[in-house]
Design a protein around this ligand. Structure first.
Ligand SMILES: [Zn+2]
Ligand SMILES: [Zn+2]
Length: 202
């Protein structure tokens, strides 16, 4: 149920509500993270054994994963006067983009050969040569007050140092070889062995 007491009478609760979060206590049912105060959130009415309340989502999370609710909320103009909501068209684009990225996305950590010579190693700042083995590592990034997982590309030789940075999201460096093996399916085994060799003992 909603973590935040709902002050309206149950029968007055609309099906949807879009508002700036009144506190930072609710969390998003889509991404499971806290919804910071004043961040736009979408409430979806739920009737459970304990009464009626809203399940909250970041509006942007809902746009990507629960588009039908966002469409419904916009149809009903489910926000109070003065609440500035993004155009529905923008939220639809978010969804399309999220779907495209999902199709393309590989989950870090993984190793691959650089398809061009344009990428830069996030650790040493040098370009990664075309065809060179590089590693994508997961990191924690702050984005408009929300933390989420991102990834960085580094030279194989820079992996060790990258694992010791504050934003590294690799919890168990010793387990990295197994993870790389599981995630680098496009890479021939001999290339993977070479990448691990270049990374060195963890
Ligand atoms: Zn969310
Ligand atoms: Zn480097």
């Amino acid at each position: 149920m909603s973590e935040e007491p709902v002050r309206e009478e149950p029968e007055e609760l609309p099906e949807y509500k879009i508002e700036g979060a009144r506190s930072s206590r609710s969390s998003c049912k889509t991404c499971k993270r806290k919804i910071q105060k004043d961040t736009l959130r979408l409430g979806v009415r739920i009737e459970g054994p304990f009464g009626v309340g809203f399940l909250w989502h970041h509006l942007t999370c809902a746009a990507k994963r629960h588009a039908q609710h966002v469409e419904g909320a916009y149809e009903l103009r489910a926000w109070a006067e003065g609440v500035e909501v993004p155009p529905l068209e923008e939220l639809r684009k978010l969804k399309e983009k999220a779907e495209e990225q999902k199709k393309k996305r590989k989950d870090p950590p993984y190793a691959e050969r650089a398809p061009s010579g344009r990428s830069k190693c996030k650790l040493c700042g040098e370009l990664i040569e075309k065809g060179a083995l590089r590693v994508a590592l997961p990191i924690v990034v702050e984005f408009y007050g929300q933390t989420r997982q991102g990834s960085i590309l580094v030279h194989t030789a820079c992996v060790q140092a990258a694992l010791h940075t504050d934003d590294s999201a690799v919890e168990d460096p010793a387990g990295l070889p197994q993870e790389l093996e599981a995630n680098s399916r496009d890479l021939p085994p001999e290339d993977l062995a070479r990448a691990l060799d270049e990374i060195g003992a963890l």
